[in-house]
Design a protein around this ligand. Sequence first.
Ligand code: PEP
Ligand code: MN
Length: 348
Amino acid sequence: MIIILKPDISEEQLEHLVAHVESAGLQTHLSRGTFRTIVGVIGDETAISSDRLRSFTGVQDVVPVLPPYKLASLQAHPQPSVVDVNGIRIGGGHLGMIAGPCAVEEEERMDAIAAAIKQSGANLLRGGAYKPRSSPYSFQGLGEEGLKILRRVGDRHQLPVVTEITDPRNLDKVLQYTDMLQVGARNMQNFVLLSEVGNTTTPVLLKRGMSATINDLLMSAEYILSKGNPNVVLCERGIKGFDTLTRNLFDVAAVPLIRTLSHLPVIVDPSHATGRPELIPACAMAGLAAGADGVHIEVHNCPEQAMSDGPQALLPEQYDVLAGQLAQLATLLGKNISSKSTPSGEGS
Ligand code: PEP
Ligand code: MN
């Protein structure tokens, strides 16, 4: 890191600062300019707190050279990571096509949706059994019964499953049934939950909080990675905007931006990002074109009866058209969509 000093720093204050840095086992390199003097710090930056350095008298600013998300950073791992979700790869040229209803409802309905999305080329089935709802009076999910339905339906259609974990107390239960844990936008900074999922090896779909910066998202990923779970997939799902015509503001630039900062796979969720079925195809295509490693789309065969997020659900026939277009785009981009029934992983 680089410490920028105030012009009026005294020699005594400078010596005090340098002694502090060196006592942490780091080396210093002083560079005296005409107007400013800077101190280059050489060694493991994590050995010293930049906030503490900022509080020294005579220090103007501290500029870290390495990002604070050490394990999530591209420097730590220059090659793109590939996350394997029970045989379905996401990242490094492999696309995760996650689809399914917002919430797990009756088994028959889940079965019909799973059959349809599988036929269209989806390779992962989603469905929430624990729903984080804004109102305590809204449907909260079927709980363990929902997990059982999701597992049975996923197995029947050879689709690995993704479901949300909202509470660390449910982790052991959810792990019995799922192939991938979703940490939702509202829990992106639930650090206890992040640490707990980090103590497992189950892949985690980490959704960006609606007011979270990319830095915040990568720091949350760091929580999971630092506990030892390397299987993290990031998800851009829209952030709060001022326009009320869409549910959120789809930040498509987040995808190529994350690419410059991190090796972790990143997918897009145009369903929650827009909240409007008619906008989902364009945003899904844009996300893939921007370099996303997959798309996450809510599909329901009877949106007016959906227990949650019905207004943003695509009908299976709409998803089918979109999935066909996404597959064509994937070919153009030289990416592939693997599925459990085509283990070679080629084509969709
Ligand atoms: C969901 O996937 O249904 C969901 C609640 O997503 P988010 O956390 O992005 O709002
Ligand atoms: Mn939803």
